[in-house]
Design a binder for this molecule. Structure first.
Ligand code: AMP
Length: 245
């Protein structure tokens, strides 16, 4: 029987802080989002961090749904600063720095951590180690776009990395590169400044009113998946033809 769009798993990419921040509400939101993913059979794609909000959402979902529900995608350079990868780093050294190649892939090095460090696979799910940030972002987006209806992107609280990722993926939507939903989870008013900025950009005519709604804001974790499911593209998106971004 042929696979239809409906049969494909829902894949959601979460952008979030590599640290936990001062307000425990953010860690709680990360864990609650993992529970919502588990209850709705959603697969997580994320930046592959083992600390902060990233580590919290990955660990929680692996605990609930198993390692196959979580895919971390991390550039080689960041592996060096992530404590959860230290064991992998020392094993690599012992084995002469060899990294297992992913089948048929030339632009990335994919490592299934189960053979190398049981701790990582069982705690953080599957990990792909890629050469650079651009490869990582493209791969994160591709995984979402290969998912079934309701797949999309979510931002929890975070720093420069998070805001840059959520703004880029919002821009890609406006440019017509993809049509997946992008949801900003605004816990404790964390993103109020960004929401104000969008409002002002619309008022000043730098973003159209319709495109100002590309980034959907929610304040409750349980609104994230329904918003992605019912997401409608802006009538003002650019209808452009793109290659592989
Ligand atoms: P930030 O918000 O600055 O903490 O950055 C978090 C975002 O940037 C995540 O969504 C990741 O994709 C990426 N990132 C930044 N730092 C790291 C790290 N140490 N390990 C993995 N990903 C990171």
């Amino acid at each position: 029987m042929a696979t239809t769009e409906q049969d494909k798993p829902v894949v959601v990419c979460v952008f979030c802080g590599s640290v936990a921040g001062e307000n425990p509400a953010h860690i709680q939101a990360a864990k609650a989002l993992a529970r919502a993913f588990h209850e709705n059979n959603v697969q997580l794609v994320y930046g592959g961090g083992t600390n902060g909000l990233m580590g919290a959402i990955a660990r929680e979902l692996v605990t609930l749904s198993g390692p196959q529900a979580v895919h971390g995608i991390i550039p080689q350079a960041l592996v060096k600063v992530e404590p959860g990868y230290q064991e992998l780093n020392s094993k690599e050294k012992e084995e002469g720095g060899k990294v297992q190649e992913g089948a048929g892939k030339t632009h990335e090095r994919t490592v299934r951590l189960d053979k190398r460090t049981e701790i990582n696979e069982t705690e953080y799910g599957m990990t792909s180690i890629v050469p650079d940030m651009h490869t990582r972002k493209r791969m994160m987006a591709t995984k979402v776009l290969e998912g079934g209806p309701g797949s999309g992107f979510v931002a929890l609280a975070g720093g420069f990395g998070t805001i840059e990722e959520v703004m880029e993926i919002t821009t890609w939507n406006q440019l017509g590169i993809h049509k997946a939903g992008v949801v900003l989870l605004n816990i404790g008013g964390y993103w109020d400044g960004l929401i104000d900025w969008i409002r002002n950009a619309v008022a000043e005519g730098f973003v159209s009113k319709a495109n100002g709604e590309i980034l959907v804001t929610v304040t409750d974790v349980n609104q994230v998946l329904p918003k992605l499911k019912e997401y409608k593209t802006s009538v003002d998106r650019y209808q452009l033809k793109w290659g592989q971004e």
